[in-house]
Design a protein around this ligand. Structure first.
Ligand code: CMP
Length: 140
């Protein structure tokens, strides 16, 4: 089915100037960018976005990292967009990510891991509204 997923290019990848290279991978995989905006998240926004991880030992480091610089946020649309994007990203820990994935090729550590992608349809819906509440999306 055609799905939408939320993608974030994290501060490490924005700082490395590889937004375009990552966008090319989405496009080559048949994922269409139907909404996008750059943002420098506040602490409150990052905590809200990652609320499901509140209480995990890595939560504070994750939030501090996500507010350390600007991020590029986009909605990707396409056939099986959620799982397709997760395949393109590779495992959360870049050391475990398969060769040729975004994280294997561009990420340094489990925190500075270049990209975020929604993990399921329900989270995708919540995450998309979080960044694009007015649904300024352009799917055709
Ligand atoms: P992301 O897909 O953005 O979702 C939560 C993030 O927490 C994850 O990517 C990692 O960057 C970060 N993180 C740090 N440590 C861990 C861990 N042990 N397990 C899962 N995520 C972690």
């Amino acid at each position: 089915a055609v799905e939408r997923t939320l993608s974030i290019i994290k501060p490490d990848a924005v700082a490395k100037n590889i937004i375009g290279q990552i966008y090319s991978r989405f496009e080559q995989a048949g994922l269409k960018i139907i909404a996008a905006r750059m943002a420098h998240l506040s602490k409150r926004e990052a905590e809200t976005f990652y609320a499901v991880h509140r209480g995990r030992p890595f939560f504070n480091d994750l939030v501090e990292f996500m507010i350390s610089g600007p991020v590029m946020v986009q909605v990707l649309e396409g056939e099986n967009a959620i799982s397709k994007n997760r395949e393109l990203m590779g495992a959360t820990d870049p050391k475990k990510a398969e060769k040729g994935t975004i994280r294997a090729d561009f990420a340094e550590s489990i925190d500075a891991n270049a990209v975020h992608g929604s993990d399921a349809a329900e989270t995708a819906a919540v995450e998309i509204v979080c960044f694009f509440p007015t649904l300024d999306v352009y799917s055709r």
